[in-house]
Design a protein around this ligand. Structure first.
Ligand code: SF4
Ligand code: SF4
Length: 285
């Protein structure tokens, strides 16, 4: 089964929970899809054995064939093409903005003159490795690159759904997190009991309902805020499956690249209980 771990905002402890869940279960596949800021490897310390460079296709215009008809601009939903002097009779110019291009291929399909071919633009790498039987895969987006979903999809292509797969999703509720959690059997939303935590939890819950992915909540740093996250979850009938109390020791371990279960081995039992509850809520066996 595929379990994604997400949060409506960064800094809630999403990676902490994903990593400690993975370590408590052992034989899992861990996919770090937070490709803009992958950091699960700092805690899991895999030995990397494979690295692939990832490209997205971007159009290249052969202006000797182009009639500047403007069709490519019309079909591009991402405003990644501009056709100047689009008279249909020549004498213009076609500009492609690679960082806006999603590589959908529509422009080359619809070009009536077959004047567009696709070339690859490098956006990042996918690296994979192993640690104590755990298969680890992550993506690293190039600095300044905006197009993370194609790289996230490449990381997810490695998912082996016959195993337990844990996906560490990017924070937020926009395209990257949707790409990361889509297809999950269950999503665990990590939040903290503060007004900011609640605000972003509400947005993330709405996103998962739209995607029809079953989900529940884990409260990190329990005890630091108020009871509004609990009130919201109770009102919306969203199960709260785990609470990790605020602890200076756990925060200190995180800052040193250590894990909570290595510091407090008794927590592993709680993470295994969390997994059992996720399985029963998702209908998994
Ligand atoms: S669709 Fe083809 S022919 Fe028309 S402007 Fe674009 S590249 Fe040129
Ligand atoms: S490949 Fe798609 S996104 Fe990129 S320029 Fe062409 S139509 Fe636009």
């Amino acid at each position: 089964m595929i379990i994604s771990v997400a949060s409506g905002k960064g800094g809630t402890g999403k990676t902490t929970i994903a990593v400690n869940l993975a370590l408590s279960l052992g034989d899992v596949q861990f996919l770090d899809c937070d490709v803009e800021e992958p950091n699960a490897h700092i805690f899991l310390k895999p030995c990397f054995t494979d690295k692939s460079t990832i490209f997205v296709p971007v159009p290249e215009i052969d202006e000797s064939k182009c009639t500047y008809c403007g069709k490519c601009r019309e079909v591009c939903a991402y405003n990644a093409v501009a056709v100047l002097g689009a008279t249909g009779a020549g004498g213009g110019s076609v500009l492609v903005f690679p960082h806006l291009c999603h590589g959908c291929g529509a422009c080359s399909i619809f070009c009536p003159e077959k004047a567009i071919k696709e070339t690859g633009r490098e956006i990042g790498v996918v690296e994979s490795g192993i640690k104590d039987g755990m298969e680890f895969v992550h993506g690293r987006l190039n600095v300044g690159e905006a197009m993370s979903p194609p790289l996230i999809r490449k990381v997810k292509e490695r998912a082996d759904s016959a195993r337990t797969v844990i996906i560490d999703a990017p924070p937020g509720t926009s395209c990257p997190v949707i790409t990361a959690v889509e297809g999950s059997d269950f999503c665990l939303l990590v939040t903290e009991p503060t007004p900011f935590g609640l605000n972003d939890l509400v947005l993330a819950a709405g996103m998962l309902r739209e995607l029809k992915i079953p989900f529940a909540v884990a409260v990190n740093r329990d005890g630091i805020g108020d009871g509004k996250v609990d009130d919201y979850c109770a009102g919306e009938k969203i199960p709260v499956l785990m609470r990790i109390p605020f602890s200076k020791e756990i925060a200190g371990a995180y800052s040193r690249g250590e894990t909570a279960v290595s510091l407090f081995p008794e927590l592993a039992g709680q993470f295994r209980d969390l997994f059992s509850r996720i399985k029963s809520l998702s209908g998994g066996s």
